[in-house]
Design a binder for this molecule. Structure first.
Ligand SMILES: NC(=O)c1ccc[n+]([C@@H]2O[C@H](COP(=O)([O-])OP(=O)(O)OC[C@H]3O[C@@H](n4cnc5c(N)ncnc54)[C@H](O)[C@@H]3O)[C@@H](O)[C@H]2O)c1
Length: 319
């Protein structure tokens, strides 16, 4: 492969598994992990790592030059629930980091960028069911505003400067290897930990809060697929809708109860319920399926059995 890959925000929920996957595909020394903090042992041990702040442009340039980086995956961001508590900090991190990377591509230093967007780009005025690729977008969270603005700038840099930037609107990502980073869909991960430990869970979302979700392996596959697709197949240069499963806390609890029969769920919705209400319930991702062949593998049943097994194993190892 010509040039190495740099992952910024590699120690997070998605970054950790993405880094390991890319190292498996391209070779350990070809994929440089970076973050403002150290991460999981497997990530730290398997290849090069740099402490790097996504807002520190000179340091990003230094690392890019040091390793002859040609592709950047920018995973660092402040997520929806955390961002509501520190709006200006979230805005600065989410926007400044994106501009630094877009500008590196504009000046020809790097060739390709992956930047994740989110279902948070949608708002209360967006059609809630089967939300189309192109539709009304009036996000009401600072996170959603930053992602929507980011999408506009990605498309602008592609049209104006030919920057090869590729993006996906991730739904809520469910996984067990790394804990989630402060999003509104985190309940769908916590519930597995509590179900196994205590057979009960108190949900911070209401029982009928339907949200689009995806198991981590599908999210990683989509990320790898869109980055490997021939440039002409990536027709949307803002960000692609992407979907797999959609469920409510009540439906998930019932699925878990098939395995843990005495599992009980209570509901104490907090400020995150309001964020959830502003987002779609399900997503139309036909554009991704048609343009670059996206297909998901994990349905609710398979996700649930995989999570119960994975979380169970992790908790046993910790005990
Ligand atoms: N996880 C989801 O459900 C989800 C859904 C939609 C979109 N996304 C997007 O995917 C991306 C990755 O999400 P995630 O869930 O892995 O997030 P996360 O919070 O788990 O990880 C983010 C990582 O960025 C690092 N970071 C924070 N500030 C930094 C800085 N200034 N410089 C460098 N690193 C910094 C953190 O230490 C952390 O390791 C984000 O852009 C997020 O908005 C995630």
């Amino acid at each position: 492969m010509a040039g190495r890959i740099l992952i910024i925000g590699a120690c997070g929920q998605i970054g950790t598994e993405l880094t390991l996957k890319l190292r498996e595909i391209h070779g350990n020394d070809q994929v440089i992990a970076s973050d403002i903090r150290e991460g999981a042992e497997e990530l730290m041990q398997s290849g090069p790592f740099e402490i790097l702040n996504a807002t520190d442009e000179p340091h990003i340039k230094e690392v890019v030059q040091k390793y002859e980086v040609k592709q950047v995956y920018l995973m660092a961001a402040m997520l929806s629930a955390t961002a509501e508590k520190a709006p200006m900090k979230a805005w600065d991190l989410n926007m400044d980091s994106l501009f630094h990377i877009l500008n590196l591509a504009k000046e020809g230093t790097i060739d390709k960028i992956f930047w994740p967007s989110s279902i948070a780009v949608f708002g209360p005025s967006t059609p809630k069911d089967d939300t189309p690729q192109t539709t009304v977008m009036e996000p009401t969270t600072v996170y959603g505003i930053s992602k929507q603005t980011g999408e506009r700038w990605c498309e602008y840099y592609f049209n104006k400067f030919g920057v090869d930037v590729r993006s996906i609107r991730y739904p809520g990502i469910i996984s067990y290897k790394t804990l989630p980073g402060g999003g509104t869909t985190d309940y769908a991960i916590e519930i597995f930990h509590e179900a196994i430990k205590n057979s009960e869970y108190t949900s911070f979302l209401a029982e009928d809060a339907a949200l689009p979700m995806m198991y981590m392996d599908d999210a990683i596959k989509a990320t790898v697929d869109i980055m490997e697709a021939p440039a002409e197949k990536v027709k949307v240069r803002s960000s692609y809708n992407l979907s797999a499963i959609s469920f409510t806390p009540d439906v998930l609890a019932k699925e878990i109860r098939k395995h843990i029969t005495d599992f009980e769920i209570k509901y104490e919705p907090d400020f995150r319920q309001k964020i959830a209400e502003s987002w779609p319930s399900s997503i139309d991702d036909n554009a991704a399926r048609e343009d670059w062949g996206w297909e998901h593998e994990f349905d609710l049943e398979k996700m649930t059995t995989t999570m119960l097994e994975g979380v169970g194993k992790t908790l046993k190892e910790k005990a």
